[in-house]
Design a protein around this ligand. Structure first.
Ligand code: F6P
Length: 374
């Protein structure tokens, strides 16, 4: 009997997911004569065995569609909330679903959280292969992730559009860009969109340095400035406070009560919820110029995938079926120098790919006089 592959999409949605589902589905059927079923809403659907058959019809016409036809969710497979504060390890249930369908593997499309979940499944003997998708581009072990190029293009377009209004009103326009705790999206869109300051989680900033660069521009005849700030960027003082709390938590014995420190960390994050508005207030005060904030938010995740993301999703998706046909599971299919390669999940889970401080885009930006606030 022909083998069956399961597939699911987990974590935040991202342009290119449907292109990858299509690639896995079509290559499995046409090249390997395998069946494919899709689990609904990420790992939740896998636990509950909510699935659909992915055949010719359902795989057709989805290449250019944004979002995911399968739906998605964010859960941890070994700690699923079942109400009343109770958390259950659902891996035995997943094991049964995989055995019932006699799956050759479950292909899990996702970012950092999905890599950890997939590794948790691999460790108990469930065959998984993952594909790196996220607009954040922060998955360790791959040169890039699908969704990143599309989101970067959307953010670049937004920064382009902020220029004319910034120029007309002589204002500071601040664009807050997604990216979780890394600055890939902000750096790429900031540089491509011609931002004057780029603030990244990887480079703690001093607001005074940003204000000075805006005033310098003004003195040189540019009465407006564009600031691209990553949602995870922090002032140097905030970064120090964050590190202090984290170090104290990490230094506690396993059985020590960490509730007070955890509450402090949560209060810190709640306090940062309006950090971009706060940055605007500070810049207004320090420069005497008006400042306005645009939070790009989920617009960056929407719409049709770019050509580059379709190609990447298609290449990695078809390579996932090769890996399964070879019997190679417990791996992520990564993009490296234009090739699709298998990287063990053990190496990836728990790691994050941050922007290196000597990244060529940072070097170029510094040569252009773009301010990083450090
Ligand atoms: O990981 C993708 C991402 O869009 C991040 O950039 C952002 O921090 C997060 O997801 C937002 O999550 P949600 O869709 O749950 O609001």
């Amino acid at each position: 009997m022909a083998k069956t592959i399961g597939i699911l999409t987990a974590g935040g949605d991202s342009p290119g997911l449907n292109a990858a589902i299509r690639a896995v589905g079509k290559a499995a059927q046409q090249h390997y004569d395998m069946h494919v079923i899709g689990f609904k809403d990420g790992f939740s659907g896998l636990i509950q065995n909510r699935h659909v058959r992915l055949d010719g019809d359902s795989l057709s016409g989805i290449l250019s569609r944004g979002g995911t036809i399968l739906g998605t969710s964010r859960i941890k497979v070994h700690k699923v909330d079942v109400g009343d504060g109770q958390k259950i390890d659902m891996r035995p249930m997943i094991q049964r679903v995989v055995e019932d369908h006699d799956l050759a593997a479950v292909v899990c499309l996702g970012g950092g959280g999905t890599m950890k979940n997939a590794y948790r499944l691999h460790k108990v003997g469930i065959p998984v292969v993952t594909l790196p998708k996220t607009i954040d581009n922060d998955v360790w072990g791959t040169d890039t992730t699908f969704g990143y190029d599309t989101a970067m293009t959307i953010a670049t377009d937004a920064i382009d559009r902020l220029h004319s209004t910034a120029h007309s009103h002589h204002r500071i326009m601040i664009a807050e860009v997604m990216g979780h705790n890394t600055g890939w999206l902000t750096l790429g869109a900031g540089l491509a969109g011609g931002a004057d300051s780029i603030l990244l989680p990887e480079i703690p900033f001093e607001v005074e340095a940003v204000a000075e660069s805006i005033l310098r521009r003004k003195a040189e005849g540019s009465s407006f400035s564009i600031v691209a700030v990553a949602e995870g960027a922090m002032s140097a003082a905030d970064r120090r406070r964050h590190e202090e709390i984290r170090t104290q938590i990490d230094g506690l014995d396993d059985d020590a009560d960490d509730s007070e420190l955890r509450a402090e960390l949560e209060a810190f994050h709640i306090g940062r919820k309006h950090s971009t508005e706060h940055l605007a207030d500070q810049l207004e005060e320090l420069t005497g110029l008006e400042a306005r904030v645009t939070i790009l938010g989920h617009v960056q995740r929407g719409g049709s995938p770019s050509t580059a993301d379709r190609l990447l999703a298609t290449q990695l998706g078809t390579a996932a079926t090769d890996s399964i046909a070879e019997g190679k599971t417990g791996v992520m299919i990564a993009a490296r120098n234009g090739e699709a390669v298998q990287v063990p999940l053990k190496k990836i889970a728990g790691n994050r790919k941050s922007v290196p401080l000597d990244h060529p885009w940072i070097e170029s930006a510094r040569r252009l006089g773009i301010e990083f606030g450090d």
